[in-house]
Ligand binder design. Sequence first.
Ligand code: ADP
Length: 456
Amino acid sequence: MKAPHFATRTLAILLALAAAGLLLGALFGQAGFGMAGGLLVWAGLHLRQLIRLQLWLSSRQLTVPETGGTWQVVFDSLDQRRRNNRRARRRLLAALAAFRDAARALPDGIIAIDDSDTIHWFNKAAKRLLGLRYPTDIGNHLTHLVRSPRFLDWFAAGRLDVPLIDLPSPEDESVRLLCRLIAYRPGFRLLIVRDVSNLMRLEQVRRDFVANVSHELRTPLTVINGYMEALDPEEMGEFSELFVSMRQQSRRMASIVDDLLMLSRLEAQQKVNDEPIDVGALLSVIRRDTEALSAGRHQIEVEVGSALGLRGSPRDLQSAFSNLAFNAVRYTPAGGRIRVAWTCGPEGGVYSVSDTGQGIPAQHLPRLTERFYRVSNSRSRESGGTGLGRAIVKHVLSLHDARLDISSQVGKGSTFRCVFPASRLLDPRDAFGGSDRPGAAVLAGPKESLATTPAP
Ligand code: ADP
């Protein structure tokens, strides 16, 4: 045991020096002075060692001074501790270097930023993909260095769940990037930048293929349909039933090709025209078409609960809104109720279609916007849908910064809600020039119901 040995030795030397001083002093009749002198020598020896210790600690000298005696224990244990610390530090630095090397070697760009968007660190790929410069850009604001408006909007929104897709690299326009934000410790985020040029090229090939095939099919189909419409099934004799079925299928094919072409056009679009849309007037058109499709089998209600209009593409929104209303007719048995409404509130503008139809089982809801996804194949085909309606709705809405919410209960009915952000809403007085415009009556004021028209 070092501590008791150390203490006993120090005490023994102290006593020995005090006794020697006492004896030497007693020889000259000054025992007290003698003992004080002995203690002073003891204190002086320790002071000398303390000074050596201080000098050694503050120097970078690696060898331990030879002090001998009790102080050697102190020097040796401090040296041991210093060695252990040095070893732990070396291990930590090696681990840190390994991490940095791994992050540096990643093909994805990684940029560590704090809450004020200041760059703390980035890897080699970030230099290549975003054109950052080391070390000048460390400590700079990321938003001062990457200036693309699309990037700035996305970055300002700070959404961790929504990546930014297809951003051209500031270094080379042909390189397309996918950016993602990850929160990795309080006050810090990682911006991950991935080169997705190949994926984008493949996606383009797929889009072009679908668009070209649809386009090529359209002409022969138009010709076939033209002939079929011109012929009279009555004149087909025993083939008349067969002919009617052929005509139906040929019409269906034409609708699918039309929907595919529309989807291709929507996919190729980055943004929509910002035309003013009188939603009240649009709902009148939808009501007329929905009633025509229902042919009196359903009770149809339309409510314009807000005078506000929308900014966007009237043609695309009419397609999306009609699709939701037509599906409500298709999937609601005769006698059911369908309600179409436009309201505005804290959430933004909401176009909703509710029905009391067959409903959709919950497991199908997440996949409903996929192309050709059908809840029940036979039923959907009979209903006359192309299987592309929901995908079209999704694209139209995303081009208008809107989202689709679906809630449904099997056997009770479904509600589809298109939620538009406040930035897409339009004051009718600014857009349509006051209330003397035809159709302005439908925009007369909030909470006014356009019509609550039970079908005849
Ligand atoms: P389609 O163009 O064939 O109608 P959609 O993409 O619009 O295809 O719809 C996908 C599927 O979702 C439909 O096949 C149908 O099964 C289901 N669906 C859509 N709307 C409704 C609704 N209002 N009620 C019940 N099921 C619906």
